[in-house]
Design a binder for this molecule. Structure first.
Ligand code: SF4
Ligand code: SF4
Length: 299
């Protein structure tokens, strides 16, 4: 079984079913002065990756927590499953809040979907594998006149031109996680509320995740060597990669970070105790119901 996800920037984009490799030549150019200038940014539906959020928050010199609060809205990426994050458009409108008459106000830190457009990245993976294969599709929308420009280039060159390599590379671990979750379906089941909260924090709110990793609670639970912790904590990119590793443990129970054995044993004992208590309560209730089968019913 394979699963696929796309970085299509706009909901209404009719992604043509045909997919290509990186050597496919396309005809496209977006440049100032084109008749449709800013048309794409006037009606947005843009999903953000963890790295998109990090880049934009750093550019604006605010925390990822503040960025999420002020510039995004969460959405359900998967029915009953994990959450995604989208740009929040302007008040009472559909335009991007970074759109200016002269173009994008955050151009050098614009999100992955904006870089790729009108190309869509399609990632596929086989169930239970972390190896994904990329292919691309071309999005053609009537309002976008860039397709009529004469410039021809391969998708590989277009990706280079748009600087997506770094974005794809740093976001790969997260994309694989999402793909794995989407393709595992009911075998993994609905994640608990706690897992979903951890997924949101570790995926999108790196500054809060940093505080969590630095906390006593985290260090009590996990036996992460001190030098490794000290290397990860101050470095955004390393911390982000670590968050993906952490999420593989949270979402799929993989053994990616060693537990502190004493604490883990105590936790296991606590869970066992809770199960025992629930069983005793259930048994006591059943015994009581047997004594008086009509207990609790009105006359
Ligand atoms: S971030 Fe920039 S490129 Fe992307 S939709 Fe907004 S204005 Fe357009
Ligand atoms: S050519 Fe396409 S991508 Fe460029 S401004 Fe026009 S609608 Fe947007």
């Amino acid at each position: 079984m394979t699963s696929q996800t796309s970085d299509t920037p706009f909901n209404t984009s009719p992604v043509l079913p045909e997919t290509f490799g990186a050597d496919k030549e396309i005809q496209f150019e977006c440049k100032k002065g084109i008749s449709c200038w800013n048309a794409c940014c006037s009606n947005i539906d843009i999903s953000l990756t963890p790295y998109d959020i990090l880049r934009l928050a750093r550019r604006m010199e605010i925390s990822t927590t503040e960025f999420l609060r002020d510039y995004t809205v969460p959405y359900e990426m998967e029915k009953d499953g994990i959450a995604g994050v989208k740009f929040r458009p302007v008040e009472d409108g559909t335009a991007c809040r970074f759109m200016r008459p002269e173009g994008c106000d955050v151009y050098s830190d614009r999100p992955t979907a904006c870089r790729y457009y009108p190309v869509a990245l399609l990632s596929m993976r086989k169930q239970d594998e972390y190896v994904d294969r990329d292919s691309w599709a071309l999005v053609k929308e009537d309002h976008c006149k860039g397709h009529a420009e004469p410039r021809r280039l391969t998708i590989a060159d277009y990706r280079k031109d748009q600087g997506v390599d770094q974005y794809d590379e740093l976001g790969r671990g997260w994309r694989q996680l999402v793909l794995k979750k989407k393709s595992s379906g009911p075998s993994i089941g609905r994640p608990s509320l706690r897992s979903r909260q951890l997924f949101f924090m570790a995926s999108y709110d790196l500054d809060r995740f940093r505080a969590f990793v630095a906390s006593e609670q985290f260090r009590n639970l996990f036996a992460l060597p001190e030098p490794e912790l000290l290397e990860i904590l101050p470095d955004d990119d390393k911390l982000m990669q670590f968050s993906f590793r952490f999420l593989r443990q949270v979402m799929f129970g993989e053994d990616t970070i060693p537990f502190n054995e004493t604490v883990a044993a105590a936790r296991r004992e606590k869970v066992k105790e809770q199960i025992r208590k629930a069983e005793n309560e259930a048994a006591a209730k059943m015994a009581k119901d047997d004594e008086d089968p009509y207990a609790g019913m009105d006359d």
